[in-house]
Design a protein around this ligand. Structure first.
Ligand SMILES: NC(=O)c1ccc[n+]([C@@H]2O[C@H](COP(=O)([O-])OP(=O)(O)OC[C@H]3O[C@@H](n4cnc5c(N)ncnc54)[C@H](OP(=O)(O)O)[C@@H]3O)[C@@H](O)[C@H]2O)c1
Length: 249
């Protein structure tokens, strides 16, 4: 018997990168997985790649879309055992170059999106004594230039994680987060910068990450799965760095 057999999970941002790897891994371990994407077009290609995952589309910044998606999960599956708040964006810029729109968008998706989805899932997670895994970033606790706004959104995610762990412990709901370092995902590859700059940034990462490389989505997602595992019963309120040692360097 697989440890996730019979459990139902919702993974946001499941159409790409870390979220996609987490959704596939949970599904392969026996969970019924609902993958959330932000648009119908990304949903179609995600469904083609992973037909065994159930796909839903909702922009996490829109509460009504989030509530509708959650209602669909509950009416179809009848329960929810785990929520993975992975949907997120990163835009790197100096403080001077950080526009109001760029700041608001990152807070809307990374922070409000996480809150909206968690609020929508709360009753079902209390009923199942389920679990939440949030996705933070090394940037939340290791200061780096040109990342202040993104880092602040992930600092908020870590604060939410610790506070929710306390608030929900009485219902048996465990809340943890992973804090990935640089991970080679489609999102990272799409950061708008000239190819040479991207290669130079990668080279710099090789020098700063103690293990000397970027992570893969699969080796990060494996820790989402571990924290969510029903066999892990005595861990809550923790932020686990999955970063090749960057966080302690
Ligand atoms: N990659 C890294 O180096 C790294 C490092 C530390 C932390 N992280 C964090 O890890 C998470 C995943 O990163 P990634 O690199 O795997 O990203 P990615 O490849 O760009 O994928 C991002 C996912 O988020 C979804 N998403 C974006 N905006 C959304 C919205 N408004 N509503 C619903 N879904 C939305 C996207 O869905 P659509 O495709 O449908 O838009 C996509 O599935 C993020 O929270 C990121 O901050 C990443």
């Amino acid at each position: 018997m697989k440890s996730f057999d019979g459990s139902v999970f919702l993974v946001s941002g499941a159409s790409s990168g870390i979220g996609e790897a987490a959704a596939v891994s949970l599904q392969q371990r026996g969970a019924v997985v609902y993958g959330l994407t932000s648009s119908a077009s990304t949903l179609a290609s995600a469904r083609e790649r992973h037909p065994a995952v159930h796909w839903l589309s909702a922009d996490v910044t829109r509460r009504s879309e989030v509530d509708t998606a959650m209602a669909a999960v509950l009416s179809e599956a009848g329960r929810l055992d785990g929520l993975v708040n992975n949907a997120g964006i990163y835009t790197f810029a100096s403080l001077e170059a950080s526009s109001e729109e760029m700041m608001r968008r990152q807070f809307e998706i990374n922070v409000f999106g996480t809150v909206f989805l968690t609020q929508a899932a709360l009753t079902a997670l209390k009923d199942s004594r389920g679990t939440i895994v949030n996705v933070s970033s090394t940037s939340a606790h290791k200061a780096m230039p040109d990342q202040s706004i993104y880092a602040a959104t992930k600092g908020a995610v870590e604060s939410l994680t610790r506070a929710w762990a306390l608030e929900l412990a009485r219902y048996g709901v465990r809340v943890n987060a992973i804090s990935p370092g640089p991970t080679l995902t489609p999102g990272i590859a799409k950061i708008p910068m000239p190819r040479e700059m991207f290669e130079a940034a990668k080279e710099q990462i090789l020098q700063t990450v103690p293990l000397g490389r970027m992570g893969t989505p699969e080796e990060v997602a494996q820790w989402i799965v571990t924290l969510a595992d029903p066999a892990v019963t005595w861990l809550t309120g923790q932020i686990v760095g999955i970063d090749g040692g960057l966080g302690v360097s």
